[in-house]
Design a protein around this ligand. Structure first.
Ligand SMILES: Cc1cc2nc3c(=O)[nH]c(=O)nc-3n(C[C@H](O)[C@H](O)[C@H](O)COP(=O)(O)OP(=O)(O)OC[C@H]3O[C@@H](n4cnc5c(N)ncnc54)[C@H](O)[C@@H]3O)c2cc1C
Length: 145
């Protein structure tokens, strides 16, 4: 806190989504009675961190995060406060699903994967995505603290 005034000075290190959201929240919390001055430090020449969007031919490709869950409302609420909620795009059920490139071929992730956590054993055991040793190691997870 500055000694000469009641302005709280906060440094946010990193302009990825965490730093940007933190800086935004601090500014939201700032008031004339309790002003907060935020300085965001970003090492690279752009903010956004691992987020990125590129165009390849007619495709829009996200190089980092491309979605967030909505059963936890925080991210939607943040979009609402930022005034960008009307730009959110829902998943198109026709094309829902993920593919993993395995030996040069796109292979669907096993049925029952919820946010990359397996909820069904058999589809994982029969999936060509994982090696036999990989599957064995996954089985060990059950016994590990
Ligand atoms: C390919 C991929 C896909 C993903 N998909 C999803 C998804 O669909 N949904 C989801 O919820 N999550 C997803 N994630 C995870 C999510 O993207 C990350 O958890 C999140 O973006 C991390 O944000 P962050 O701000 O913590 O870190 P980062 O995005 O890494 O940002 C850190 C920032 O800090 C800067 N920095 C570092 N050190 C310094 C320093 N000393 N001084 C100043 N600046 C510094 C960096 O340059 C960078 O800009 C994905 C991640 C990847 C890589």
């Amino acid at each position: 806190m500055s000694e000469s005034s009641n302005v709280r000075r906060v440094a946010v290190i990193g302009g990825g989504i965490s730093g940007l959201a933190a800086a935004h929240r601090l500014i939201e919390q700032s008031s004339s009675e309790r002003p907060i001055e935020v300085t965001l430090f970003e090492a690279s020449d752009r903010v956004g961190g691992v987020f990125g969007t590129i165009h390849i031919d007619d495709y829009l490709v996200e190089t980092g995060a491309d979605m967030f869950i909505t059963n936890q409302p925080a991210a939607v609420k943040l979009c609402e406060r930022l005034g960008i909620a009307d730009q959110l795009i829902q998943t198109d059920p026709t094309f829902r699903g993920s593919l993993v490139l395995r030996n040069g071929k796109p292979v669907p992730i096993p049925e029952g994967f919820m946010l990359l956590s397996p909820a069904k054993i058999w589809p994982v055991l029969t999936s060509p995505i994982f090696s036999p040793l990989g599957k064995l190691r996954m089985g060990l997870e059950y016994f590990l603290p």
